[in-house]
Design a protein around this ligand. Structure first.
Ligand SMILES: [Zn+2]
Length: 252
């Protein structure tokens, strides 16, 4: 990692092996037979230390989205590693959930980004886009029963319609030992990269450094910044985002 930001690469310019594993711009079919185009622009993560150091939000490090076991292709478990740029949108939404529950969210192994070559990547799952996450624990609550999963599913659903929350259940397409949240098949093109339409490896590899405009990656505050709402008390009635007293506020 450099001080100038996160390195963004065009996956067409990566070496042939990595390219064949990431399959940029190829389509993958979901369980309903719909086609989805795989991401092309990835963050290149140079080392494990960099993955730990890079914060996507105040409370999520990039490393948390890269936890995989032997089901991931060997080459993609070695650094430099690659993760679709849309992962930062996922982190943004998770940060909101983190703030709503006020306790750490624990991402499962294989619960963040999974490449198309990952053995759990059967059909197009948003995990292959870096826009899905599996949580196995919220604070000290292990998510392995209907009550805990449905409780936190409801919190997530109330936060945003942008993500899909997998219902509790034992059948395919449901989950009974984790929470699955995803934003769908979102791809992200950082403004710093040049979209030249050349869908083939180029002699000079294309890359850019994504500038980060807010927050210091090394010294981000551990608590979210609170912003006072202007306008004075009672001027516009209760804010629609005011906390729901039924929402869990601690992991105990
Ligand atoms: Zn999942």
């Amino acid at each position: 990692m450099t001080e100038s930001g996160l390195k963004v690469v065009d996956a067409f310019d990566l070496d042939a092996e990595v390219r064949s594993l990431l399959r940029p711009q190829e389509t993958a079919e979901d369980k309903q037979g719909r086609q989805h185009r795989l991401p092309r622009y990835f963050y290149e993560v140079p080392s494990h230390d960099a993955a730990r150091e890079i914060r996507l939000t105040p409370q999520f490090g990039l490393n948390e989205f890269l936890l995989v076991d032997l089901k991931e292709a060997q080459r993609l478990r070695n650094y430099p590693r690659y993760v679709p740029c849309a992962v930062r949108l996922l982190a943004f939404y998770l940060q909101r959930l983190r703030e709503a529950v006020a306790t750490p969210l624990h991402i499962a192994v294989n619960g963040g980004y999974r490449s198309p070559a990952h053995r759990l990547s059967i059909g197009a799952t948003p995990h292959m886009w870096g826009t899905a996450v599996d949580l196995y624990r919220v604070g000290s609550v292990v998510l392995r029963d209907q009550n805990s999963i449905e409780t936190y599913n409801r919190v997530a659903e109330e936060l945003s319609d942008d993500w899909w929350v997998m219902p509790y259940g034992h059948e395919i397409g449901k989950a009974d030992d984790h929470m699955h949240l995803d934003l769908g098949y979102v791809t992200l093109v950082p403004r710093e990269i040049n979209e030249d339409g050349q869908e083939a490896p180029q002699q000079v590899p294309r890359f850019a450094f994504e500038e980060r405009r807010r927050g210091d990656r090394r010294g981000w505050p551990t608590e979210p910044v609170t912003i006072a709402h202007p306008g004075g008390a009672g001027a516009h009635g209760p804010h629609p985002d005011d906390g729901d007293p039924d929402e869990p506020r601690s992991g105990s």
